[in-house]
Design a protein around this ligand. Structure first.
Ligand code: FAD
Length: 590
């Protein structure tokens, strides 16, 4: 797949998706090497990192630089590894073994939104000057867009940039809020408005004057990462340090944030697997009623659901990176328009970038919460890791665009892709006519016939609901947030079951864990179809008049009863848990 959002319009039987089973030998080795480094070098230092130890953090960053981890998707000519988005994502997943959210935030901010503006939009001099020292960890970077009065509404900031009389420097004034790496950064990618209106990105470096940092923010979590304000007082930035063109700031910020979201999805997916392992290690040892906690069904159920969530997050992560990589592979890096192509593809995958960020950050949150519950009172104690895990995780639903803002993006882009016919959404809605179920040809004795039909029905419901929303609201759909949220939840659920089903169908029949993947698939399909149906009904009940509603929802009920999808969730959860117990950690990585 190469097109963003294609999971909405690709019928059963067409096209394959990318999954971790398609990783190359090199990618598998890379994953193992980073996992070992994270577990052996970083994990033992977590408590020290939490003391906000700049020297230790820089030392670990240098070691990551030596391994190539700070320049994975940076072209080799700037000293990077020149790898694709899949490699970048798998490295971030592997870093989950470090159990250090603080270091992950420091490093991903540096390599993502702190570096990409220069790589993608900077000129050759800027790239050559800054990037080689950034990817070794010698220079640490930061990204300052948010302001006290402009958070989600990021383009509405008031920081100003005025060209001096000599025409040599811009003078920046204003305050930037919540800057990650704030007190440590050697470089600041700072956004300010030229002449009060043209938002522009600037590079601040060690030679910049008038750049002050406020005190450390007292945060709920990620206490080992630095977060401060930037105070710009006639901050003097040479005109050579403008990134891209004056006024190009919104594109710089948004495209870098798009990919930042995808990467945050990979980080939180890796964190969700690690949180599960931490809880499992404890539950196997802890005895109550003369049995380990793992003997109790309610504990087993939580663990099974953790595995299922991780599998879903894993599947959409690599489905998305694979689609982006497939979209960019035809452009050689020395093509002068390479970066134009790259961010066009990334922008085209805006739905996936946001669905991944939302789904995986929520999966980690739920795994952290369940993990804390599994530790009982010890989960609530600072002596054990879950209090920190829970606190650290919370910010993932806030930064890189809050999950609410990401839902606005999902619905907005789906609407745009339908109206501009970037995907054959209208065509497929016309084909559906009054039906909710797309035509699907699958033999009744196909082992996954029911799941295939359920996923297709899910697709039909999402498309028809979008159609009803367009008919009712037109472009004003973007102002109806109750509906937007419900619709975005449907899109996320559909991406999950579309991808999990395909991954299962693509597995070799002799794969030793195919049966358990089948269990995961059935639970996933049942639950996500319920999400799709309940949200579709909620929307229809709200936007349709009574007769229309009864007729349309009546046909939906008919389609659902014809499908009659049932899964024995308890049986499947038992199977999933048994595999987890046998393998001792997330069991579906291979
Ligand atoms: C630890 C940490 C590190 C950060 N690092 C950086 C960084 O390095 N660089 C940087 O630039 N920023 C950074 N941020 C800022 C972060 O991106 C913002 O906090 C975030 O974008 C939300 O902005 P806000 O805090 O002003 O909340 P607000 O925008 O005030 O939002 C408050 C609530 O209202 C909701 N809301 C707002 N607008 C809408 C809307 N239109 N529709 C529906 N709901 C809405 C939000 O979802 C949220 O729940 C960081 C924040 C934290 C906490």
């Amino acid at each position: 797949m190469k097109k963003g959002g294609a999971f909405l319009t690709t019928p059963f039987g067409v096209d394959e998706i990318f999954t971790r089973e398609k990783w190359s030998d090199d990618q598998n080795e890379f994953f193992e090497a980073i996992s070992d480094f994270a577990a052996e070098v970083i994990a033992p230092r977590v408590d020290d990192i939490e003391k906000l130890d700049e020297k230790l953090t820089r030392d670990l960053m240098s070691q990551m630089g030596e391994m190539g981890m700070l320049g994975m998707d940076v072209p080799e000519k700037y000293g990077g590894m020149g790898l694709d988005k899949t490699a970048a994502a798998l490295a971030l997943e592997a870093m989950g073994k470090s159990a250090s959210s603080s270091l992950m935030v420091t490093a991903t901010d540096h390599t993502g939104i702190g570096l990409l503006p220069i790589l993608w939009y900077g000129n050759e001099e800027q790239r050559e000057k800054y990037i080689p020292k950034m990817i070794t960890g010698e220079w640490m970077s930061s990204f300052a867009l948010t302001e006290p009065g402009a958070g989600s509404d990021a383009l509405n900031g008031t920081a100003s940039a005025k060209l001096n009389d000599e025409g040599t420097h811009y003078l920046l004034n204003g305050v930037k809020q919540f800057v990650t790496n704030g007190s440590w950064a050697d470089i600041g990618i700072v956004f300010a408005k030229v002449d009060g209106e043209k938002l522009t990105a600037f590079i601040l470096d060690q030679e910049t004057t008038g750049w002050e940092r406020g005190p450390e923010e007292h945060k709920l979590g990620i206490k080992g990462s630095s977060t401060t304000t930037y105070i710009l007082k006639d901050c003097k930035v040479p005109i050579e340090n403008v990134i891209g063109n004056v006024g190009q700031g919104p594109a710089v910020a948004f495209n870098c944030l798009y990919i930042g979201r995808l990467k945050l999805g990979a980080v939180t997916m890796g964190g969700a697997k690690q949180a599960m392992k931490t809880a499992l290690d404890y539950a196997k040892e802890r005895q109550q009623f003369a049995q380990p906690l793992t003997a109790f069904g309610m504990m087993q159920r939580k663990f099974a659901d953790m595995v299922i969530r991780c599998y879903e997050a894993d599947t959409i992560t690599y489905q998305s990176t694979g689609s982006i990589d497939a979209g960019t592979e035809k452009f050689p890096e020395d093509d002068p328009k390479y970066y134009d192509h790259l961010y066009a593809v990334i922008e085209d995958h805006a739905i996936e970038n946001s669905t991944n960020k939302i789904f995986s950050s929520e999966a980690l949150w739920t795994n952290a919460d369940d993990g804390l519950q599994i530790l009982g009172g010890y989960g609530f104690s600072e002596e054990y890791p879950f209090a920190r895990i829970l606190r650290d995780e919370r910010v993932n639903r806030i930064f890189e665009g809050t999950n609410e803002i990401n839902k606005l993006i999902i619905s907005g882009i789906a609407l745009k892709k339908a109206i501009l016919e970037e995907l054959p959404i209208r065509e497929q809605i016309l084909e559906l006519g009054e039906n909710w179920m797309p035509a699907v040809e699958v033999a009744d004795d196909h082992p996954a016939a029911q799941e295939i039909k359920a996923v297709e029905l899910g697709r039909g419901i999402v498309l028809k609901t979008l159609n009803e929303l367009i008919l009712k609201h037109g472009q004003d759909f973007k102002n109806t947030q109750f509906e937007i949220e419900a619709f975005a939840d449907m899109v996320i659920a559909q991406q999950v079951i579309f991808s999990v089903l395909r991954r299962y169908l693509q597995l070799d029949e002799s794969h030793p864990r195919r049966d358990v993947v089948g269990s995961v698939l059935r639970v996933s399909v049942l639950r996500n179809l319920e999400v799709i149906v309940s949200n579709a009904k909620k929307i229809m009940r709200h936007i349709l008049d009574e007769d229309d509603r009864d007729a349309k929802l009546g046909r939906l009920e008919e389609a659902l009863s014809q499908l009659a999808y049932h899964a024995d969730v308890i049986k499947e959860q038992e199977l999933v848990f048994q595999l987890l117990l046998k393998r001792g950690e997330y069991p579906l990585n291979d």
